[in-house]
Design a protein around this ligand. Structure first.
Ligand code: LLP
Length: 427
């Protein structure tokens, strides 16, 4: 998994990014189909020694064309809402490809999933199990369920994306899970399928993931002893990638250690990767609108720790990519094949939104001129899906590149699109 799909000539696969920006405008999300396919292949190879199924986590990038690629590469899907369910079907997925995670499934979402016949609900609380049971009874269906267990393992990642600790809202304790399994097993409207956990995102080493698996296996043994067999063990997603110079999760090591832990066991392994499939397959292209040199203090008494930054004001903003503002995330920023040799300076690359938190990167050594085209890297995951219309900014367009082909897979929103759902009062 490489950091960026861009080659030194400013191309993704066989398409020039300058051409993409000219044709579709900026800000523009660009995805490489070959990279998505390659990432799925690498994950699959790492687990080749085990019976396994990859359920791509739709929340990372839910564009229909990305889902279509995942489906074609043999993935199922991990969803967290009715909206994601409909997207998967629209992209060619089947209900049997779908597992449904999330702490707050509504009655409507549960009914939709039951009627369609999804593969499994990952249940996150006793009240949710009861609701699923009631709805299944009402609709005369049998609901396939797994319980999401919170193994209380520290994933050593950003607190906002850590999910497997006691203090997080996700899953239930192994003890509580045991009771829920007994209940589900005894109920004819519920069918126990497996067990599930997901301890967090952007995890850099296999240790916490493998620790979680061993804790889950203790419970699997107790359930089997109680006559409750399971068909699958879902380890969730969370595989870390390289944003700057961090080591990505070693998938080969993870796969080998899972295989070791699963020796002499029959369950199929489910995985729910999101970021590791799409993050480094995507970039956000943005145009430099203005450059503003740093303001040197006129007050001789003023003391500043660092020289005033230079600002490159670009046409992408926190509403397009919120990760830097929300998680202090670092995304690689490069100038796409510039045709000048401006001296390298330190830049804060900022958007037009009226907040100081609106930046894409700070203190970046770059050679920049007005009207350059910049590429923000590792933007394929949790980029467009977390975009908003803040400051009444239409959301970016998205293109998918496959070899020499470039497909517009989401057109740019217009101001009219934004206003369509609103009304003024009276008249
Ligand atoms: N399964 C479950 C139950 C999840 O909650 C998540 C992510 C995944 C799978 C996929 O995890 P991944 O392989 O992508 O790490 N917006 C944040 C990330 C939030 C992750 C939420 N859950 C970000 O931009 O870093």
């Amino acid at each position: 998994m490489s950091l960026t799909p861009i080659d030194p000539a400013g191309r993704v696969e066989d398409v020039s990014l300058h051409e993409a920006a000219e044709r579709y405008g900026t800000p523009l999300y660009v995805y490489s189909a070959a990279t998505v396919r390659q990432n799925i292949k690498e994950m699959s190879q790492a687990f080749a020694g085990l019976s396994h199924k990859i359920h791509y986590s739709v929340k990372a990038n839910s564009n229909l064309a990305i889902l279509q690629l995942c489906k074609e590469a043999g993935c199922g899907f991990d969803i967290v809402s009715g909206g994601e369910l409909v997207r998967v079907l629209r992209a060619g997925g089947t209900p049997q490809d779908i597992i449904f995670s999330g702490v707050g499934k509504t009655t409507e979402e549960i009914d939709l999933a039951l009627k369609l016949g999804i593969a499994c609900f990952n249940v996150e609380s006793d009240q949710e199990l009861h609701r699923i049971k009631q709805r299944a009874q009402m609709l005369d269906k049998v609901a396939p369920v797994s319980i999401r267990v919170n193994p209380d393992v520290d994933a050593q990642t950003h607190p906002y994306i850590s999910t497997g600790l006691r203090e997080n809202k996700f899953g239930v304790s192994p003890e509580a899970a045991e009771k829920l399994y007994a209940e589900a097993h005894a109920n004819k409207f519920l069918q126990v399928m497996g067990i599930d956990c997901h301890i967090g995102s952007q995890i850099g080493t296999a240790d916490p993931l493998v620790d979680a698996l061993y804790r889950i296996l203790e419970l699997v043994d107790r359930l089997e002893a109680a006559g409750i067999p399971l068909e699958h063990i879902d380890l969730g997603g969370g595989m870390g990638i390289t944003y700057s110079d961090e080591e990505p999760l070693d998938l080969g090591e993870y796969g080998a250690r899972v295989q070791q832990a699963m020796a002499a066991r029959s369950q199929q392994i489910f995985l729910e990767p999101g970021r590791s499939i799409v993050a480094n397959a995507g970039i956000l292209l943005t145009h430099v609108e203005y450059i503003k040199p740093g303001i040197n203090s006129v007050d001789p008494g003023a003391s500043h720790d660092a020289p005033a930054p230079n600002f490159a004001v670009v046409d992408a903003a926190m509403n397009d990519l919120i990760r830097p503002a929300l998680y202090q995330a670092w995304h690689n920023i490069t100038n796409v094949a510039p045709e000048h040799d401006e001296p390298i300076k330190m830049w804060n690359v900022v958007g037009p939104v009226c907040e100081s938190g609106d930046f894409l990167g700070k203190q970046r050594p770059l050679s920049i001129k007005q009207d350059d085209l910049l590429a923000v890297g590792s933007a394929g995951a949790y980029g467009m899906v977390q975009a908003s219309n803040y400051n009444s900014r239409p959301r970016a367009a998205e293109v998918l590149i496959d070899g020499s082909q470039m497909y517009l897979v989401r057109r740019r929103e217009s101001i009219e699109d934004l206003l369509q759902l609103e009304a003024i009062v009276g008249n």
